[in-house]
Design a protein around this ligand. Structure first.
Ligand code: F6R
Length: 611
């Protein structure tokens, strides 16, 4: 939610800042802007719309300077217009700031500044910061410190001053900011992808810290003014991982990467002793043995990953497991204590709803385990343990590979719990891990048979509504299929538990309504299979066009399918790892056919850092 870049070095800043923004554009694309400092002069340019609009403006300008900041916005306060685009300037134009987050006490601050004679140039909450810094005067770091002490809410701020060339000051509270350590140059950004082509050495900042970069120094202090140190780390992927690599859209690349990243999620996680190795464990085996209840908290696609894995976790561990939308969790006062394990799932590790849910859990003394893709982000930092999903950068706003890797990582946690608690023996765990290890090849096989799904997507592109149904683990898969289609194709799509149709939603079925049906394996759970086949017949009898996702060899369902998509045979609990994939392809292709931006759907942003 809003991408932020800062640069202090010896090279021209503009190109570096704009390249960084290009990599961060997935975080917001309502408007973009830059501020460059050169020998006592500050130039700021900004434009509503995607970064390309700003680039057109920049093409006509010769903006020189070796210090700069840039911003790509997802609007919160104030519409997506030129005037509300960042940077925001002080009245004399000598200080420029950019902001990600929400300053909750901005109204009071704005009233105070207005009473002091300041005329605001935007409708944003952010602009107050430029005026407050200017009012402080003097050294930019000290001014930022004084201002941060007055701000409430969540923010990442970057500031430059015409009077301090070569310096960029950043601050963070509950919003992401990382430092890139270069040679004779340093970077600030919302995430490492913005500077990965220049350096893979990063410094992680804590909450409530201010960082000042120059070409040769990185200095950190807390909001209390005391010196602090960031944590140095090496980024283990390179710039090519954040490029499209020949695909038209990042989403297509990320769908194609799924076999590889799933293998990475599983790699080395089963130790020789047959135990699942968590990355950073601040939970003992005894802590895990004491768990008597599990809550999974997450949002959107990550929430669906939680819903999928609940079935396996309960089945393998015999511990009751509830899955909650993170945005709802703390408001209903859930019953938590020391023996509750809260699993927070998040690709970005910065989703504010999930952060607030985990903080609530911690106040109630529950243990928190993060399932996260982003090294060093807030959610793993604030959790008691973390299992990284190792999905690599996910740039497309619609989550795909993150989902599969989250599901796989949660399975590992379930197995670990089952083993530590003595419910499963090492060989039983190893047998399930072996089935998991066969999944990447199955996903590869699904991907190699997707042409008919793409054709189907082109045919369905005019449909006003598409329904998705499933039972058991197929139900959350249906929810995920519907979410992908809504967010990418902007058409009405809904997922239902197949058994619920007859309690109301079946009235939605009209002649030709496409219904995507997720069919469980007929092997092992034939009762489930037979029930779904009956549900398919019910919708078909009412005119639906049935698009059936079933496992190879399931001939019983074939006669009820208008379109049949076979996926490889997979044990029931693990099946979502293969049945989700055709739905991702369907949604991406429908969006493309409809002429939508597949990577940057309207109104959305990746990494939702506001509540
Ligand atoms: C949908 C999607 C979102 C995210 C949700 C949580 O395709 O990407 O629903 O899954 O915003 O994000 P993370 O996983 O970063 O917490």
């Amino acid at each position: 939610m809003c991408g932020i870049v800062g640069y202090a070095g010896g090279r021209q800043a503009l190109g570096i800042v704009v390249d960084g923004l290009r990599r961060l554009e997935y975080r917001g694309y309502d408007s973009a802007g830059v501020a460059i400092v050169d020998e006592g002069e500050l130039t700021a340019l900004k434009k509503a719309g995607k970064l390309a609009n700003l680039e057109k403006v920049l093409a006509d300008e010769a903006v020189k300077g070796v210090t700069g900041i840039g911003h790509t916005r997802w609007a919160t306060h104030g519409g997506p217009t030129d005037r509300n685009a960042h940077p925001h300037l002080s009245v004399d134009g000598r200080i420029a700031i950019i902001h990600n987050g929400i300053i909750e006490n901005f109204s009071a601050l704005r009233a105070e500044l207005t009473a002091g004679g300041i005329e605001f140039a935007s409708d944003t909450d952010s602009e107050v910061v430029a005026h407050l810094i200017a009012a402080q005067g003097g050294d930019l770091t000290q001014a930022m410190l004084a201002v941060c002490q007055r701000l409430e809410g969540a923010f990442t701020l970057l500031a430059v001053s015409a009077d301090q060339p070569g310096v960029v000051v950043g601050a963070r509270r509950n919003s992401p900011l990382v430092v890139g350590r270069g040679k004779g140059e340093n970077f600030l950004a919302s995430d490492v992808s913005a500077f990965i082509e220049h350096t893979r050495e990063a410094v992680e900042l804590g909450q409530d810290q201010i960082v000042t970069i120059t070409p040769d120094s990185i200095d950190v202090i807390g909001f209390d003014g005391k010196a602090a140190v960031g944590r140095d780390y090496h980024v283990d992927w390179d710039a090519s991982a954040a490029e499209k690599g020949g695909y038209d859209w990042f989403m297509l690349k990320e769908i194609a990467e799924q076999p590889g990243v799933l293998a990475d999620t599983l790699r080395g996680r089963l130790t020789e002793a047959g135990e699942i190795a968590l990355d950073e464990v601040r939970l003992t085996d005894q802590d895990l043995r004491d768990v008597d209840k599990i809550f999974i908290v997450a949002c959107g696609t990550a929430y669906h990953a939680g819903l999928v894995t609940k079935y396996a976790i309960e089945h393998w561990t015999r511990i009751p497991c509830e899955v909650e939308l993170a945005s709802e969790f703390r408001y209903r006062d859930p019953v938590l204590d020391r023996s509750t394990l809260v699993i927070a799932i998040s690709q970005s590790g910065e989703t504010m709803d999930t952060i607030m849910a985990l903080r609530h859990a911690k106040t109630q003394k529950a243990r928190v385990l993060a399932i996260c893709n982003t090294n060093g982000s807030t959610i793993p930092r604030e959790s008691d343990a973390v299992l990284y999903t190792r999905g690599g950068p996910e740039v497309a706003v619609a989550s795909t590979k993150a989902f599969l890797t989250q599901v796989a990582a949660c399975y590992l946690v379930g197995l670990h719990l089952a083993q530590v608690r003595g419910i499963k023996f090492t060989d039983e765990v190893a047998a399930i891990v072996a089935e998991l290890q066969a999944i990447p090849a199955k996903v590869e096989q699904v991907l190699s048979t997707m042409e008919p799904v793409r054709e189907l997507a082109r045919e369905l592109a005019g449909a006003p509504t598409v329904l998705f149904i499933g039972r058991h683990v197929g139900y959350p898969v249906a929810l995920e299929g519907a979410l992908k289609l809504k967010e990418l194709a902007y058409i009405h799509a809904e997922g239902f538990a197949a058994g619920e149709l007859k309690h109301g939603p079946i009235a939605l079925i009209d002649q030709g309504t496409p219904v995507v049906c997720v069919v469980p394996s007929p092997r092992g759970r034939s009762i489930l299979h037979d029930k779904v086949v009956s549900n398919i017949q019910e919708v078909r009898a009412r005119g639906a066009r049935t698009i059936v996702i079933a496992e190879e060899g399931d001939e019983a369902v074939a006669q009820f399918a208008d379109d049949l998509i076979y996926v490889p045979q997979t044990p029931t609990l693990l099946a979502p790892l293969v049945t989700t994939v055709p739905m991702q392809v369907l949604a991406a292709e429908m969006a493309h056919t409809l002429g939508h931006d597949v990577d940057q759907p309207r109104n959305l942003a990746k990494s939702v850092t506001v509540e």
